[in-house]
Design a protein. Structure first.
Length: 180
């Protein structure tokens, strides 16, 4: 009887896993996080959507002074910049891959806006980020704080400069470790 129950349970898990739908959501300015998001999307499947501020940053260059001044001022003031509607129905997804660059130790404020706007309760959140030496910063803890009723799995931090390389093995290994 125990073997039959285990077999039935394994079949249900396999069916649920096969029907689970993934959504990759990302914010990118320099293109690094976008390349990582595309690699995750290619390997995990599902849908992919970009987080876009209503008022774009001055230039797609992290080292542009007006860009960094604006981004840092948002963080200092706790400003949540308005983002464009993403036209997503989260009820359709089980796992949400959320990607962003690390700016001053955490997520850009537009990503905070995403978490304010969309309720990920009951979802699996798989964070991924690009950085230039700070790893994930405090972003994973922030996601847990912002989405207390979601399950946040171990994230994937990738050095931004490494996103020009083939990320397939890195992404596949991460997906295996988080059960995807």
């Amino acid at each position: 009887m125990k073997k039959i129950f285990v077999s039935i349970l394994m079949c249900l898990v396999a069916i649920t896993g096969a029907n689970a739908k993934n959504l990759t959501v990302y914010f990118s300015v320099s293109g690094n996080t976008e390349r990582l998001a595309n690699a995750i999307h290619e390997n995990a499947g599902g849908d992919i959507v970009r987080i876009e501020p209503v008022n774009p940053y001055p230039e797609d260059d992290y080292h542009n002074k007006s860009f960094t001044d604006q981004a840092q001022q948002e963080k200092t003031d706790g400003v949540r910049p308005e983002i464009k509607d993403m036209d997503i129905n989260l009820d359709e997804y089980d796992t949400i891959f959320v990607g962003y660059p690390i700016w001053w130790g955490s997520m850009p404020m537009a990503v905070y806006t995403f978490f304010d706007k969309y309720d990920l309760s009951g979802k699996i959140i798989a964070p991924f980020n690009t950085h230039e030496g700070s790893g994930a910063g405090d972003s994973h803890g922030e996601i847990v704080r912002l989405e207390p009723d979601a399950t946040v799995v171990d994230g994937l931090p990738v050095r931004g400069g490494d996103t020009t390389n083939d990320l397939t093995d890195t992404v596949k290994n991460w997906l295996i470790t988080i059960g995807k």
